[in-house]
Design a protein around this ligand. Sequence first.
Ligand code: PGA
Ligand code: ZN
Length: 406
Amino acid sequence: MSSIKALRARKVLDSRGNPTIEVDIITDGLFRAAAPSGASCGEHEAVSFPKSVDECVSEVKDGIAKRIVGRHADVVEIDKLLREIDGTGNFSRIGGNPAVAISMAVAKAEASSKGIPLYAHVNKLLGSFGCKTKTGMPMPLGNVLGGGAHAVGGTNIQEFLVVSQGKTASESVFANAQVHKRVKEKLMGKYPGIAIGKGDEGAWVARVDDEEALEIVSSACSQVGDESGVSIKPGLDMAASELWDGKKKKYIYRGVERTNDEQIDFVLGLIEDYRLYYVEDPMEQNDFDGFARLTKKAHCLVCGDDLFVTNAARFSQGIKIKAANSILIKPNQIGTMSDMLMAVALAINNGYAAVVSHRSGETADDTIAHIAFGVGAQMIKTGAVGGERIAKLNELIRIEEGLYGN
Ligand code: PGA
Ligand code: ZN
């Protein structure tokens, strides 16, 4: 195992133009990772930057680096050290984003010292967390139309998603991009002359209501599916915590308010009517019971994002009552590779589908492509188009090609 000779940290841009942190770990090579950030963050997530990004970067350079340099590039040990330095349980002292950038860069250095690709190392690490599984190509899940916290003036529901199951990663990735294009054509055909924008993840944004958006996306899926021979299905990220009014105890949509029971019936209706493959966060982030009631009746994947926040303790609570049947895995929600892999191990060992995910604010960092392939995740949720999204999608194509010797 090689030792860490230097740790560098800097403030870099994310895709929204906000600052984030990038870390270099120097061993016998240079290993780099950058942290993303969310717009519709769960309230139980690690605190990404407890202070300004500049202050967090300085703390890494001036303080944390001294504790890490000279140690072995051993991600599990470095993750423990990060937790110890932070001492708060949710990274509210040093920040989940500085922690995850260090953790991911160390994992890359460790993989290199073993002479294996990052995904193969991730797979071995998962084994050490009690989950022996094969690597495997995830289906890409991409956002093609939306609104919510990711765009002004779009739909109530945050993300209208598509998932393609091609024979190869390349076929699936191109099928999703084709649906993205077709959705724009349909919007332009239906509303000639209206302004169509793009949200933070590259999905189209137009003033259409939720069901109309679903009509457009599901018909684009069937058309492109018929033309390409690839199975393409629609899904949703409802990001329901963003719709939830805790005082009124209702979900607030433009023109409609829904109680808990009405929300469950509404979502179940959408699943049936549009044969949805996947629904993320249909209920607000503290409603484990609502998630369980909905999952019992839903004939599709029901995924917990803000509900579980990649946190093994919250996830265990959900598993007990069968809240959801799938978990979104976002490394920066929890702050270290080790904690993230604990959540993945729980998912696989309990029959939950793992969906490794980007954030709405991203960089060109492609680590999640290796994580998704390394753990054999069912899906990778990382948009359909856009530079910071294709960084991950194109890396999947390279992994599949065997570029790293697989
Ligand atoms: P976020 O949104 O990255 O803005 O939190 C993505 C999601 O809710 O899945
Ligand atoms: Zn989500």
